[in-house]
Design a protein around this ligand. Structure first.
Ligand code: PBG
Length: 322
């Protein structure tokens, strides 16, 4: 049977019908709000390259977390910007580091919120790379111990999920071992498993002050043209004990996400990254498109491709509109 008996438009006639047959819906529970934490008190500063995004001091990030939770968003992911940086990224695992203080304060004030922390050294190293340097190279195995200690310090500060984003080999197993050895068996690992060396991180590096001093991250993050390799990365991280997997960026890697959805039963997260967010905002500011609609369309495409969870800077504004 075909036209004229078949008419696809019958089920598109009005919003009620469209709603009944809609295959994917964005829900508040799907969203994770990234938050940037800086030193100081009473600080709320706009990030120029990310319209609508602010950096908060610890006291203010508590208020923002409360607002996010009240909007029905279940989780936040914290990124810290320390006052001082050094070669080994000492601030990353300091018991009184910026993320650790923020995590404690949020866990205390908003206990219902799921606290996720980004585990990486790049915001804390003066060279801006995600691990320790050996000459001009990032030394994988030497970096692991720093990353593991960072994850442990986050767990001690109240994180319920740690999310390593450094792309070193073996970090998931190393973190799992250390967490278990220290009584944090219940802390989950959300692995940035398929993380590409992407130009779409540009605005984030402004916000997090984490641009590499020299070179780039192509020696550890994935090469954008590769698809099969992402499956290998994800299988390895699952074997090492990851509870959830992430694909990052999201929109330009929806094929990878769809592959992962077919292959794995674990919850999948996708990171709608800073560049993907800011380009919609920027075009909207110029009146070139309807940014509100474009944002929803972008996020629902991520769900359609198979994500269970979406990390997005638009989480709070979307939750307000849902
Ligand atoms: C840290 C990290 C980055 C992002 C999340 N964690 C930056 C990078 O790898 O350069 C990017 C997030 C974004 O662009 O929104 N390694």
């Amino acid at each position: 049977m075909s036209f004229p008996a078949i008419r696809m438009r019958r089920l598109r006639r009005n919003e009620t019908l469209r709603g009944m047959v809609r295959e994917n819906k964005l829900a508040r529970e799907d969203l994770i709000q990234p938050l940037f934490v800086v030193e100081g008190a009473g600080v709320r500063e706009a990030v120029a390259s990310m319209p609508g995004v602010q950096r908060f001091s610890v006291d203010q990030v508590v208020l923002e977390s409360k607002r996010v939770a009240d909007l029905g968003i279940p989780a936040v992911i914290l990124f810290g910007i320390p006052a001082v940086k050094d070669a080994r990224g000492s601030g990353a695992d300091a018991a009184d580091g910026i993320v650790q203080r923020a995590a404690r304060a949020i866990a205390d004030a908003v206990p219902s919120l799921c606290l996720i922390t980004d585990v990486c050294l790049c915001e804390y190293t003066d060279h801006g790379h995600c691990g320790l340097l050996e000459g001009d190279e990032v030394d994988n195995d030497a970096s692991l111990e720093r990353i593991v200690q960072t994850a442990l310090s986050h767990a001690r500060a109240g994180a319920s999920i740690v999310a390593p984003s450094d792309m070193m080999d073996g970090r998931v197993a190393a973190i799992r071992r250390e967490l278990d050895a220290n009584g944090f068996r219940e802390v989950a690992i959300l692995s940035y498993a398929a993380k590409y060396a992407s130009a779409f991180y540009g605005p984030f590096r402004d916000a997090a002050e984490s641009t590499p001093e020299f070179g780039d991250r192509r020696g550890y993050q994935m090469d954008p043209p590769n698809r099969r390799e992402a499956m290998r990365e994800m299988r390895l991280d699952l074997a090492e004990g990851a509870d959830m997997l992430m694909v990052k960026p999201a929109l330009v890697y929806l094929d990878v996400l769809a592959d992962a959805r077919r292959a794995f039963d674990v919850p999948l997260a996708a990171y709608h990254v800073s560049g993907e967010y800011s380009m919609i905002k920027a075009a909207g500011e110029r009146g070139w498109l309807d940014a509100d609609r474009a944002m929803i369309e972008a996020l629902v495409s991520i769900k359609r491709a198979g994500a269970d969870l979406i990390l997005t800077y638009a989480a709070a504004e979307i939750a307000e509109r849902l």
